[in-house]
Design a binder for this molecule. Structure first.
Ligand code: AMP
Ligand code: MG
Length: 404
């Protein structure tokens, strides 16, 4: 047991210390097909016009617009995929959508406006220059910036990069995360718990949450409340991972050994407790440029500590944008607590379109895993605030990033 640890730090100081410790993300190359949901590390420029030739936008006839209604002699057809074709004045070249416009032609008349009579065609419209043509470089010109760094790549982005010829792309390496759930009472979710045992629900919660913000979870493990076992698990995790999330054993009881195990393997703590409720025993430390979060075991407390402190770190390590608080109002009064910043788990309602209302969960007890499922948002009652009344304007952190 460690006899004395520094006093609690304020929540803002804790968050500041956490964010200061975020290491610079490395850059890796991945195949384009594997780049969805990855964060682009370098600007992507077009090395050519996209597409580098003018194309027919409709099935029809390529013409000189100055040849007017016709009748024109039907020439050999131009299909998509065929290369340069020449086009003679006084003729109409049958053309398929996407085919390169034959040299000289400056308009396409669509089939619907064409009347074919044997080897000649006339038109019911007067073609204008540029009609039904996709011009050269319509999507992008050579040298254009296609995508800026730090963009989280979508399926549509991959399409654009494919069109520009990117076979591989440079993305930020995902932070590798280990989740270690400590507790002699924990059993695997596939095991029926005996008396005194509970299923490990924090493991899957934190792994899924870490993946949601761009991490790669490489290890999720239950560890006994035993100093040597915790030390071994921490050492193994530090050897392969960038971030370690532990739960349980974070307080000061005789079986609360995680902080001691961390110190024994050389972790330097930035703080070992935070003036917050719930999750006061939350600690954060570093070993080299790797971070470890010691989170409480109670599921709703671990959930709050994840969102309030660990998630901002993992999100920044993944080079993703932080979740922005949204302004809204509070549906019911919530009380503060002397000396602490109180986090309140809430459901969400939209009163009128665009206006968000946070509805505090009735029972904020940190042992309730159900609260982690119910909560869609988190609000904070800052240190020194006795109460936020019903209707008060508040900053709402929407947990799943959606609108409501
Ligand atoms: P501790 O922080 O170790 O004192 O644990 C506090 C409470 O959280 C206890 O009731 C534990 O059984 C429970 N708990 C700890 N770890 C987990 C976990 N991984 N999944 C679900 N409940 C847990
Ligand atoms: Mg315990």
């Amino acid at each position: 047991m460690i006899a004395s640890r520094p006093a609690l730090v304020s929540f803002p100081d804790a968050l500041h210390a956490v964010l200061e410790a975020v290491p610079q993300a490395a850059v890796v190359e991945v195949a384009l097909r594997a780049a969805r949901d990855r964060v682009l590390a370098q600007p992507a420029f077009a090395s050519d016009d996209i597409v580098p030739f003018a194309r027919a936008a409709m099935d029809g006839f390529a013409v000189y617009s100055s040849d007017g209604h016709g009748p024109l002699t039907v020439a050999a057809p131009a299909f998509a995929g065929s290369g340069d074709a020449a086009h003679a004045r006084g003729t109409a070249t049958p053309i398929a959508t996407g085919a390169a416009l034959p040299d000289g032609a400056d308009a396409v008349v669509c089939d619907e406006d064409s009347v074919v009579n044997g080897s000649v065609v006339s038109f019911v419209v007067s073609p204008g220059a540029g009609d039904h043509i996709f011009p050269t470089g319509e999507d992008a010109r050579s040298g254009d910036l296609l995508l800026a760094p730090c963009r989280v790549l979508s399926a549509g982005d991959l399409a654009l990069l494919a069109a520009a010829g990117f076979v591989r792309v440079s993305v930020f390496r995902r932070p590798r995360v280990a989740v270690l759930c400590t507790g002699d009472e924990l059993v695997d979710i596939a095991t029926a718990p005996g008396r005194g045992q509970v299923r490990d629900s924090n493991g899957v919660m934190l792994s899924a949450a870490a993946e949601e913000c761009g991490a790669e979870v490489v290890c999720e493990q239950v560890v006994a409340d035993d100093l040597a076992s915790i030390e071994d698990a921490l050492r193994a995790a530090f050897s392969t991972c960038d971030v370690i999330l532990t739960t349980g054993g974070a307080s000061r009881g005789p079986r609360d050994l995680v902080k001691e195990a961390c110190e024994r393997i050389g972790v330097r703590f930035a703080f070992t407790g935070v003036a917050m409720k719930p999750a006061r025993p939350t600690a954060f430390g570093v070993l080299g440029n790797k971070g470890v979060f010691v989170l409480p075991g109670n599921p709703a407390a671990a959930f709050v500590a994840w969102h309030a402190l660990a998630r901002p770190y993992v999100t920044a390590a993944a080079m993703r944008k932080p979740v922005r608080g949204r302004r809204g109002t509070l549906a019911a009064a919530v009380r503060g607590k002397t000396g602490r910043c109180v986090f309140v788990l809430c459901e969400l309602r939209t009163a009128t379109p665009g206006s968000l209302v946070a509805v505090p969960l009735q029972n904020q007890c940190s042992s309730l895993v159900r609260n982690a499922s119910r909560a869609r948002a988190l609000i904070a009652v800052p240190l020194g605030t006795k109460e936020l009344p019903a209707g008060a304007p508040v900053d709402i952190e929407v947990l799943d990033g959606s609108d409501a």
